[in-house]
Design a protein around this ligand. Sequence first.
Ligand code: GCB
Length: 648
Amino acid sequence: MGIMGLWRFLKSLILVNKEVPQTRGMLYPRESETREVRSLDGIWNFVRSDQANPTQGVRDEWYTKDLSQSRPTIPMPVPASYNDITTDNLRDHVGTVWYDRKFFVPRSWSKNQRIWLRFGSVHYEAFVWINGQKVVKHEIGHLPFEAEVTDILNYGAENRITVMCDNALIQTTVPQGKITEVPNDNGMTIIQSYTFDFFNYAGIHRSVHLYTTPRTFIEEVEVTTALSENNSVGEVFYSVSVNGSAANEAINVLNIQANLYDKEGAKVANTTSDGKLDGCLKLTGVKPWWPYLMHPEPGYLYELEIKLLAANEELLDVYRLKVGLRTLSWNKSQFLINGKPVYFRGFGRHEDSDIRGKGLDNALMVRDFNLLKWIGANAYRTSHYPYSEESMQFADQHGIMIIDECPSVDTENYSQELLGKHKSSLEQLIHRDRNHPSVVMWSIANEPRTASMNADSYFELVANFTRSLDKTRPITAAIAVPYTQDKSGRHLDIISFNRYNAWYSNTGRLDMVTQNVIDEATAWNKQYNKPVIMSEYGADTLEGLHMTPAYVWSEEFQEEVFARHFKAFDQLRKKGWFIGEFVWNFADFKTAQSYTRVGGNKKGVFTRSRQPKAAAHLLRKRYFALGRDLDQCQFPEDLFTYIADLIS
Ligand code: GCB
């Protein structure tokens, strides 16, 4: 590196805080007396671009006519990843693909309302046209985006929507990847590589909706809650933003009527703001939101009804959302919900299943929640990206606590551009999920390379930015570098660490787990004086492989690895600052091809088709035992199988 090269390198180490674009709107689409919602899910037409010519479709303006007029199309389900649908090598396609479909817009929609097009998520980058006109572009998968299409639609007529989706990951995308051109048997080819350990599924992953709003409408609702008097008195603070022609001059004349209903539908609080868009609802005899197994009635939700009224009392818009009343607090050794210390027992997970990839699938989601409850878990981390909005709502309802992670995985090569996108991913995530009682913590990265030079300033900027958006939840990151090298922990509120004793380190050595876990957790605590979570531990396990004495990949080995960790966790719990254990992983999942992966990552406690391995039964006994000890929950009747009345 010459003098100029050195200068460029040194300059790249200086990171500065720059503004990131702010998300507007994006309330989850819900019907009401003033709103209609229509799904555009179904079978779309699909074309893959030539890998060597990814921009051809844009140059040739494929979006100006039906895709089938430019290229032969194939049917493609939405929502779903496209990778595992066909029998050819679409799985490993790198670059752009195209989707289109037709839809009808009724004549009645043209009257005095506005129409919005909303995507739950497209991975990784999306470009959208309607009737040949560009309507929105969005980068970063797993997050929703929307655009107003009122003036573009044909009313009482057919319309065409075209989407171009690009799955390419480079050093300035979130997550990062590398695209390289390499020789193959036919000349040259492009390959996508990435260091993270899950398959880079792509496509229109979540639902596509059209929805209507009145001309002047409720664009955003932000809710926070407080409890007092031993959790019996509650306050719901709401703040509304209004969008619409009347909004600016009418801020002084618009009113919000807010009503709160309990589960039975009885109105328990109401207020009308006088020319203001925010206010507070106060109620007594509150049923707080509690995590699963921490209370006989977990996940209690009220319904908040927000009515936007004009000065003459005319009803302009109505939006309803579920609200859970709970408080969070944390200190140097504890994390508390409603004033009660929490011990997390849960999983790292993935949105992943065969055929659908990362596509939203209600059957899978409901099955997963049934399994989470069966096994007695009270939490999971959305490793390693935001999960569907539908699953966040489900977690609210079922009292499952969420450590909500942005899509930054194995973060490295810190640059100003990466910082901007990383911050934007957190901004979009917090904007989307801030009202969910289930979200109890933000995870700002998984296994970032925090030993490297500018990790300190990078994570200081990311953590401060996150805190500036939400002060009500603590911040963590799942760290894997040794505590002696880490430069991020001092910017976090809670330390999470990932470690694979007896797997990646000291493979097969079951006698080298317990003390190592105790020593490492203790060292993290000593270093930062903060609560500590073990956010990943586990062992790949091939279902049906049995070996005794336990041997790597066998079901017996996974059970033994877990048991050795449990021993460490129980000793750590006594120290007062160890606040949670998260198994890696809930279920087996697909990864990029590698000789360390047999059909994917097999560290699941459940198989990819969501059936238990032997370790699931062991974990279930532990999670319920912890629940009974810490939160006085009941054991399920089938927790222990009858063996003999000699054993109790
Ligand atoms: C990790 C990563 C996770 C991997 C896991 C493994 O540390 O956070 O994404 O899947 O290890 O099994 O290697």
